[in-house]
Design a protein around this ligand. Structure first.
Ligand SMILES: Cc1cc2nc3c(=O)[nH]c(=O)nc-3n(C[C@H](O)[C@H](O)[C@H](O)COP(=O)(O)OP(=O)(O)OC[C@H]3O[C@@H](n4cnc5c(N)ncnc54)[C@H](O)[C@@H]3O)c2cc1C
Length: 589
């Protein structure tokens, strides 16, 4: 109680002095923590508005999670408008995606099917997939405003249900269910770990955006090229600078990197939630924020590139951009092999990735090879080596990307869009419409930068009166129970078969995220003069040898130099791009 009172007093003091304390003629300053695309965007937008910006990045290289992929498919302006605006601004050319990658394929018991094949050769599966898509679309349509997905009590109740339970009610044939599970766990997380409201909201956001829009082009070099374009524009970047503590007071913020203190008027925090949880913040965050840091679910996804002397799969399959397997192989695609041979990238997601957490890289590859071998007996003989990327166990992320679990929208919806005194938050996890994507990261950086300017102008972001969502939740559970042949019956396949809506774990009023005023995306600033430092050539990732012949090479932890390294515009040296893995996460590429 006493501690809460002290924190409140401190926060009031900081709030009162915020903005007003800055002399009118002083150049405002900001520190951005995190050099992923969100932090880079925030830093770039603030610098363009005349701010003095220092970007602090823990690792030796910039780009964060974007640095993991070098050949992802990206969406067109309809699917990823902000991403396309920045590509235009930095004059980064894309190549149109060939037709064959623009629709998904399926690998059923080792046999490849295009969507068209499925209709003629596996009509029951094709029909079930259509039924699922139609039911999902109905669910998505029931959300009027994806920024306010829990607008009514019935929708709110969906947050208490997991996607697997909903799928059970559809009673899909086994193969269709396996393919759907695979698609959901690749794009988000294991269906049983995913809030049905989040799933519906995301499908509402992407309603009218086809697979063709999502995989419309390829950015040669992948998103690290975009990250480097931002880096070239920024004046002050300090890499190998892991932030350990932040103190806010009436004069500004002090940020600690080892024994070095950095000071500024405001701060943009652009690190994933698990990384943020490790930073000591004074005055401390309230219980809702702390609970969100620990409790918000992240989807899991690991990637393995297996290399073969020649293709061991059906040659027709080699062109597809994304192939969902009905077996433990996950989602895969064929990666062009530059030096001969044939590469396949296997994405293990959700609980398949969690299960293999205990395995070393070599054992994980062996597990996958065993499954591949079952369909393609030539696989072992033709196998030459592998590369592994384990995003799931990255301590700085705690998973691949945000994927709200049951009950979490009710508790944490748009929580991180609200500044905490002098700190604004960015990162894919803070974007309400496009979490888990490049688009979401870029949008969040724009929003956070714009909020910092609002703070300077004296705008208050005090929590709006918490909507009585708790009451809505109670009502929601009641409505769901009473519903006879209405909303839920339609969603769950009709008849008297109603969903088991568990008594909604009703959020207490103070635990409910107040709905912040929607933050408009900052208008793109005028491009900075195109003074572009020479880009470092990407170093190819060292190829690991075939597990049968060599012991697994363990990935060394990212090296962090003890002293912060100041990187000035003219001398920017970026970390070499780490891996030549393609990335075709369907929801945003
Ligand atoms: C396997 C996988 C596939 C994906 N595929 C796609 C795709 O096809 N299309 C798409 O649009 N999106 C895709 N994404 C998502 C996209 O990569 C991310 O949404 C985006 O890169 C996140 O950017 P960010 O800035 O929010 O976070 P990050 O990129 O994680 O940046 C955070 C930065 O903060 C730094 N940091 C952490 N702690 C500290 C600290 N204490 N001090 C200083 N710095 C710190 C980190 O090192 C990191 O550089 C994929 C992601 C994954 C993991």
């Amino acid at each position: 109680m006493a501690a809460a009172w002290v924190r409140l007093c401190a926060l009031v003091l900081i709030g009162v002095s915020s903005g007003a304390a800055l002399a009118k003629d002083k150049t405002p300053s900001a520190i951005v923590v995190g050099g992923g695309l969100a932090g880079l965007t925030a830093a770039y937008e603030l610098q363009n508005k005349g701010w003095q910006v220092t970007l602090l990045e823990a690792k030796s290289g910039m780009g964060g999670r974007s640095g993991l992929a070098t050949s992802e498919w990206i969406g067109n302006g309809k699917a990823q408008p902000v991403l396309n605006q920045y590509l235009d601004r930095f004059k980064l050319d894309t190549l149109p995606a060939p037709e064959f990658v623009r629709t998904p394929g399926y690998l059923i018991d080792g046999e490849y099917f295009s969507a068209a094949d499925l209709t003629t050769k596996q009509p029951a599966t094709a029909e079930a997939l259509k039924r699922y898509e139609k039911t999902l679309d109905d669910l998505a349509r029931s959300i009027d405003d994806p920024l306010n997905p829990q607008a009514n009590s019935t929708l709110f109740a969906l947050d208490q249900i997991n996607v697997s339970t909903w799928l059970d009610k559809l009673q899909l044939p086994t193969t269709a269910r396996q393919l759907i599970n695979q698609q959901i766990r690749t794009r988000y997380d294991e269906p049983s770990r995913l809030s049905l409201l989040y799933f519906a909201q995301q499908n509402r956001v992407y309603r009218g955006v086809s697979d063709r829009d999502l995989r419309a082009a390829r950015l040669p070099g992948g998103s690290p090229v975009l990250a480097q374009a931002f880096v070239k524009q920024l004046k002050t970047i300090k890499t190998s600078s892991p932030v350990t503590a932040i103190v806010q007071d009436k004069d500004g913020v002090t940020v600690k990197v080892g024994s070095t203190d950095y000071k500024a008027d405001y701060l943009v925090m652009a690190v994933p939630l698990r990384a943020l949880a490790k930073i000591q913040i004074t005055p401390g965050l309230d219980t809702q924020h702390v609970a969100a840091l620990r409790g918000t679910n992240y989807g899991w996804r690991d990637q393995l590139m297996l290399k073969f002397k020649q293709p061991v799969w059906e040659s027709r399959a080699r062109m597809s951009g994304e192939i969902f397997s009905n077996a433990g192989l996950g989602m895969l695609w064929i990666e062009p092999a530059l030096k001969g041979g044939a590469n396949v990238v296997i994405n293990l997601s959700g609980d398949n990735a969690r299960l293999l957490q205990a395995f070393g890289d070599k054992q994980m590859v062996d597990q996958v090879l065993i499954r591949l071998h079952a369909f393609y007996p030539q696989a072992r003989g033709a196998f030459t080596g592998y590369e592994v990327k384990r995003y799931s166990v990255d301590a700085g992320t705690g998973g691949a990307y945000l994927a709200y679990g049951p009950g979490q929208i009710s508790k944490y919806w748009r929580l991180w869009e609200r500044p905490v005194q002098r700190i604004t938050f960015a990162g894919e996890h803070t974007d309400a419409l496009y979490p888990g994507t490049l688009e979401g990261a870029l949008r969040s950086g724009q929003r956070a930068a714009s909020q910092v300017q609002d703070l300077l102008a004296g705008k208050s972001f005090d929590p709006a009166k918490a909507a009585t969502v708790a009451a809505a939740a109670t009502a929601g559970a009641a409505v769901a129970k009473k519903d006879s042949g209405g909303f839920f019956s339609r969603l769950f396949g009709g008849g008297a078969d109603k969903p088991e809506v568990k008594a909604a774990p009703v959020a207490k009023a103070e635990e409910v995220a107040p709905a912040p005023a929607p933050a408009p995306a900052a208008a793109p600033a005028t491009p900075a003069p195109a003074e572009v430092a020479k880009e470092e050539p990407a170093k190819p990732t060292a190829t690991k040898a075939a597990p049968a012949k060599h012991a697994p090479a363990h990935k060394p932890a990212a090296k962090q130099a003890k002293k912060p390294v100041e990187v000035k515009k003219a001398t920017v040296k970026s970390e070499p791009v780490k891996k030549p893995l393609a990335d075709t996460q369907a929801k945003a590429n």
